[in-house]
Design a protein around this ligand. Structure first.
Ligand code: PHB
Ligand code: FE
Length: 327
């Protein structure tokens, strides 16, 4: 099976077996270890595994909220309908030297190219969503493909996981064994004692048991929805592959273990904070930062998003603050 493509510009395979791709004036190619990105005023090299992990998330999350930096140089900005592909745009040195580059594409166009590149460049051994310990190598000449992994469906509950007709619970039977780092997490589900007349209308599930069976890392899934309030928990191990530039406030609740966050100015990359989050800690990440997390052992993190499409404009116009709380 191959990924459906839409107006994808690509070459035939190079001597390593990988196709090259272009979007506007930007070209992408890879060899056994590296990905090469070129634009009219510059060029950039990334490790193939880090690049594929970032690309996987950009594709699976439909370009996410705001900015997805693959590293300090290249990335995308989501305008919710169109997407900027940039090089050096959020890097002070590139900006000052006027070597940065931005091109805007309709979302289906860039998504089609990114999805085709992800599928072509991911060999059978590699799963970009898995922790490094739980996947084979991203390196070497092209050897097969892993389309099932790179096109896996993202969990997005309509109301809540476990509600009849909504996202199902996870179990051994659904192919979700308990992760090696969460073997101590209780697996019992809550008992529901509904008032007479409300039987069948009340639902509950154990979020800890659910997360203990996640087979992916750094991949927030929507487990409950109340209007624009989205609970997007995720299990984290190793490094968040992207540096996320927020276009709204995000709340983090550390449910287990520890994550270290590097917090930088969203536009220049200047360091703003180093945050250590321990179980029970809550952080409000401002709307004008970018951040990247490091998790030495698989950890459970609740990311709480306000999914309102009005927020970026409210913040840009100063009608909504960049900080959710002032102390
Ligand atoms: C974030 O950028 O806020 C983010 C992204 C992915 C995660 C956790 C946090 O897994
Ligand atoms: Fe973020």
């Amino acid at each position: 099976m191959s990924v459906q493509t839409l107006d994808v510009k690509s070459s035939g395979p190079n001597e390593h077996g990988y196709r090259s791709f272009s979007l506007g004036e930007v070209t992408f190619s890879r060899d056994e270890y590296f990905v090469y990105v070129k634009w009219p005023t510059g060029r950039h090299v990334m490790s193939a595994d880090a690049f594929l992990r970032s690309l996987q998330r950009d594709v699976a999350w439909e370009f996410f909220y705001g900015i997805v930096n693959f590293d300090g140089v290249i990335g995308t900005v989501n305008h919710y309908g169109t997407v900027d592909l940039f090089a050096g745009r959020y890097n002070d040195a590139y900006r000052k030297a006027e070597l940065d580059h931005v091109e805007n594409f309709p979302t289906p166009r860039i998504k089609g190219t990114f999805a085709a590149m992800l599928d072509d460049w991911t060999s059978a051994t590699f799963d970009p969503f898995a922790s490094p310990h739980e996947t084979g190598t991203a390196f070497g000449p092209k050897a097969g493909s892993n389309t099932a992994a790179v096109t896996r469906r993202r969990v997005t509950a309509k109301r809540m996981v476990g509600v009849p007709g909504d996202e199902p619970l996870r179990s051994d039977a659904t192919g979700h064994p308990i992760n090696r780092h969460f073997l101590d997490v209780p697996q019992d589900e809550p008992t529901i004692l509904a008032e007479p007349g409300f039987e069948g209308q009340v639902c509950a599930f154990s979020l800890f048991a659910y997360l203990s069976r996640s087979n992916v890392t750094w991949n927030p899934s929507v487990v409950s929805v109340c209007k624009n309030s989205l609970y997007c928990p995720t299990t984290e191990e190793y490094i968040l592959p992207i540096i996320h530039g927020n276009d709204r406030v995000e709340w983090f609740v550390q449910l287990s273990d520890e994550i270290y966050w590097d917090v930088e100015d969203r536009d220049t990359g200047a360091v703003r904070a180093k945050v250590v989050m321990k179980p029970g800690d809550v952080a409000a990440m401002p709307a004008d930062i970018r951040h990247q997390g490091y998790s030495p052992k698989r950890a459970m993190l609740l990311v709480w998003e306000n999914g309102s499409p009005d927020i970026p404009a409210l913040i840009a116009s100063g009608k909504a603050p960049t900080n959710p709380v002032s102390f």
